[in-house]
Design a protein around this ligand. Structure first.
Ligand SMILES: [Zn+2]
Length: 255
């Protein structure tokens, strides 16, 4: 099972790791800084740098699926499909050589990930500003969208001003945990109807924004910035009426 270093430190940009498997679902490492697609947040991209200095480009990261269709904890680093097929078939060429047991440096595209972290943390601020259940979420390097289960209209400028105020207040963002039982006793902590809390170990990872003043506190497995000040100039670019009971808020960066 891959050790997911990004959960304890979202600011790690690289790590050394050993290749433990090459599967049709991707290259598996014993530990990684690559976040796999999940909870609405896009998977990381980057490079695997081999001992001889050659590089394998990673275009996406996905959690593997077990044979029976259930999720397992393997994190698949996905090179271009022709490269993956070649590696899986153990066809070593001058351009691409990689085998189980090899040591690599796994390095994410940090500029891209940092944009994901800023947008992801912004979606938590939206949860504070719009106290409604969320029924959809997508976080990309270029925009984020959050779908709220509600019928009332939302004001774009008011939400942008609200985000700016929370960013300017420089609230710390901290990672913690509660037990499964504590979460079961406080179901209102779960704000998403579409994403299941990250359970499994008996503990649920929690993200808290704010110290004395609690801005947001909810289960989340994603990567976040350490302080809301780091979000910078994020604005609401669009509000859409997705359906009679869904209002979609789209976030973007001020150019
Ligand atoms: Zn989150």
């Amino acid at each position: 099972m891959s050790q997911d270093l990004f959960r304890n430190d979202a600011y790690l940009t690289e790590c050394t790791a050993t290749v433990t498997a090459i599967t049709p679902q991707g290259i598996v490492l014993d530990r990684t800084v690559f976040y796999p697609l999940g909870g609405g947040q896009a998977g990381d991209t980057g490079l695997l740098v081999l001992a001889d200095g050659s590089e394998i480009v990673i275009g996406d990261t996905r959690k593997g699926k077990a044979e029976d269709g259930s999720f397992n904890d393997e994190i698949g680093h996905l090179p271009p499909s022709d490269v993956l097929i070649q590696l899986f078939n153990q066809e070593q060429t001058a351009a691409v050589r990689l085998a189980v047991g090899d040591t690599v440096t796994a390095r994410i595209d940090w500029a891209r990930r940092h944009r994901l972290m800023r947008f992801h943390t912004s979606t938590h601020l939206l949860c504070h500003l719009v106290p409604q259940l969320v029924n959809g979420c997508s976080i990309t390097p270029d925009y984020a969208r959050l779908d709220f289960n509600m019928t009332d209209a939302l004001d774009k400028d008011l939400l942008t001003a609200g985000i700016a105020r929370l960013v300017a207040a420089a609230h710390p963002v901290t990672v913690g945990a509660i037990t499964d039982a504590e979460l079961d006793a406080n179901p209102e902590l779960v704000k998403s109807m579409s994403v299941q809390p990250p359970r499994g170990s008996g503990k649920v990872r929690m993200i808290r924004i704010g110290t004395e003043e609690m801005i947001d506190f909810q289960p989340c497995g994603g990567t976040h910035v350490a302080n809301t000040a780091e979000i910078g100039p994020v604005v609401v670019t669009k509000i859409e009426k997705k359906s009679a009971s869904t209002r979609r808020v789209v976030l973007g960066f001020t150019p």
